[in-house]
Design a protein around this ligand. Structure first.
Ligand code: FAD
Length: 556
């Protein structure tokens, strides 16, 4: 639809941008040796749109007329491309299926309401007609939370919030902004930034995800250590339910019973459509710096991260990669010309002479924001902790590079799929006391899964998002499945993904820290929140949506 931008129908991000390893000379040898994938192998490009068979829309004249009168003719779309764009998110199974043209059930119609009244009219019309309604933000979810159930007989309506994209007001005295739910990250920050404010929420999917999607999936951004997860940031909201609207004012705190705000957070379209939210915003910082550090081992790095989390420093970002992710990261460096290339190799020689095992080193980034005195003081506190745990400061250069590159990295999955490689992520959170067991147990579980498939496989991890009592561990895995068919590839993918997810649950961690449940993680929900907890959730969903019209299949 004109005026609303979408990601490419078959993969991540925008058309014309792709990952390439040709300016990274160490990457292909690394991936060949450690992952078992040849980056220079001839690839098969993604299909063209004409190659795929798109099912006809099944919407009847009555519902079509009601929806048209709700949003206007120009904002009701049944063309093939639009419906396909709204069928999948961007999880690995989504990408494998869409590239194979696998479209068992797709939305019959996409509507683009322009205000809350239109959203109400669409929700009521869909429920009245016993249709399925699926709210759509940026389509970036990675948990299978947008796809209609394969055997859904009812009409499927995708409700795209892309026209609801404005910052409506800022309460400067309170540091709160009222923002429409369909706004994409960059558009929102541009509007806030023009008035000197920022929300500070920066998921890696920032460019292609929306405020409503963040709330509906309980998202977390890389600067969560300072700004909080979206669950902290979103203070009030309006949510269209069948026949009514939940209106929650932006209160700093409240003791009015079980939190309805928390019921909306993570509701994944199962309770209704979030149309706007009051969110915490902050004055744009005077200085912003990301500094890189290097630790001799994972154990020393994690100990330092925990100490930083409990210290007087209040960094924006605390992140450390394990040895595998560090080695991968170094392999993706561009050729370092002149002095900086030399400095790195001299430094590594020195560290080796000091007894460091360079195969075990862990790269860390810590972010700082604020006035110069605050940043200086926080760097001093962190520097002392780093040194206490045997680490060293690498400096600003690698930190700045990480900050620039972070939004390009997701394109790599499509490139790997071109050459037959599967790569995906699983993330979790656990108390500090369980983090090391969780880490080693999950690596073991992934390796056993690779062994059971007879494939080489690679798994790497980083810690990000630190809290008082624990942190998030984020695992990335990749392997060449060695089979061609969609189902065969996905079967192998699930062997690894399930092993990792199950190890989270078995080792005292959650099924997901910030990607949500969707359909991909639903299997572990009961183990995560207990059968009685699931009963509570079922009662809530049934109470609001007895006909299972709102995004059925996802969550529960
Ligand atoms: P969508 O994908 O469109 O929808 C997700 C779910 O929310 C669906 O169930 C949908 O029905 C529902 N929904 C969307 N909008 C509304 C609304 N207005 N009202 C009610 N329900 C709604 N997540 C993070 O938290 N942090 C990261 O760093 C991060 N990095 C990522 C990197 C990559 C490469 C990818 C592919 C994903 C990443 N994600 C990350 C996951 C994803 O971006 C988040 O889940 C994001 O919050 C989804 O937002 P969206 O607008 O794209 O929602």
């Amino acid at each position: 639809m004109r005026g609303v931008s979408h990601q490419k129908w078959w993969g991540w991000g925008v058309e014309g941008v792709a990952f390439s390893h040709h300016d990274k000379p160490n990457m292909a040898p690394f991936v060949r040796e450690r992952v078992g994938i040849d980056l220079d192998a001839p690839g098969s490009p993604p299909p063209t749109f004409e190659d795929i068979d798109v099912p006809e829309p099944r919407i009847g004249a009555d519902l079509s007329a009601t929806l048209t009168s709700a949003v206007g003719e120009d904002h009701l779309v049944t063309d093939d491309l639009d419906r396909v764009v709204h069928t999948y998110g961007k999880g690995l199974p989504d990408l494998v299926r869409i590239r194979a043209g696998d479209l068992p059930r797709i939305p019959d119609v996409v509507v683009y309401p322009g205000n809350e009244d239109e959203v109400r009219a669409v929700v009521d019309a869909a429920v009245e007609a016993d249709a399925v309604l699926i709210p759509f933000g940026g389509g970036s979810n990675i948990s299978g939370s947008l796809t209609p159930p394969a055997r859904e007989d009812r009409v499927v309506v995708s409700l795209d919030l892309g026209r609801l994209n404005r910052v409506l007001e800022i309460d400067e005295a309170s540091g709160l902004a009222r923002i429409q739910a369909g706004v994409l990250g960059p558009d929102m920050e541009e509007q806030l930034g023009a008035r000197g404010w920022t929300m500070g929420h920066q998921p890696d999917s920032f460019r292609h995800s929306t405020l409503g999607g963040w709330i509906a999936t309980r998202s977390s951004g890389m600067q969560s250590d300072k700004y909080g997860d979206i669950a902290d940031i979103a203070r009030g909201m309006r949510v269209v339910l069948p026949g009514k609207v939940v209106a929650l004012r932006p209160l700093p705190s409240t003791s009015t019973g079980p939190s309805v705000r928390e019921m909306i957070l993570g509701s994944e379209g199962r309770l209704g459509v979030i149309t706007e939210a009051w969110v915490a915003v902050h004055r744009l910082p005077e200085n912003r710096d990301i500094i890189a550090y290097l630790y001799p081992s994972w154990a020393s790095a994690i100990a330092a991260m925990q100490e930083i989390a409990g210290s007087d420093a209040a960094p924006t970002v605390t992140r450390v990669s394990d040895a595998n992710e560090t080695a991968f990261s170094f392999s993706t460096q561009k050729v370092k010309k002149g002095a900086s290339g030399k400095v790195q190799s001299v430094l590594f020689d020195v560290l080796e002479r000091r007894g460091w095992d360079m195969d075990a080193v862990c790269l860390s980034y810590v972010g700082y924001e604020g006035d110069s005195a605050k940043v200086r003081a926080e760097k001093a506190v962190v520097g002392k902790i780093v040194r206490k745990h045997g680490g060293i400061k690498l400096g600003r250069g690698p930190g700045a590079l990480y900050d620039q590159k972070k939004f390009d990295t997701p394109y790599i999955r499509d490139f790997l799929l071109d050459i037959g490689g599967l790569a995906d992520v699983s993330e979790t959170a656990a108390p500090w006391s369980r983090l090391m067991d969780l880490y080693f147990g999950t690596l073991r579980a992934a390796q056993e899964a690779f062994d059971s498939l007879g494939v080489q496989g690679f798994v790497m991890c980083h810690l990000s998002h630190s809290y008082h009592s624990g942190a998030c561990l984020y695992f990335t895995f990749a392997f060449a499945p060695g089979v061609d068919g969609t189902e065969e590839q996905l079967e192998r993918y699930w062997v690894v993904k399930k092993a990792i997810q199950q190890s989270f649950i078995d080792l005292g961690a959650t099924l997901s820290h910030h990607h949500g449940v969707g359909t991909d993680h639903a299997h572990w929900l009961e183990e995560d929140i207990s059968p009685a907890g699931t009963d509570l959730m079922v009662s809530l969903l049934r109470g609001v949506d007895p006909g299972r019209n709102l995004n059925p299949g996802t969550l529960l």
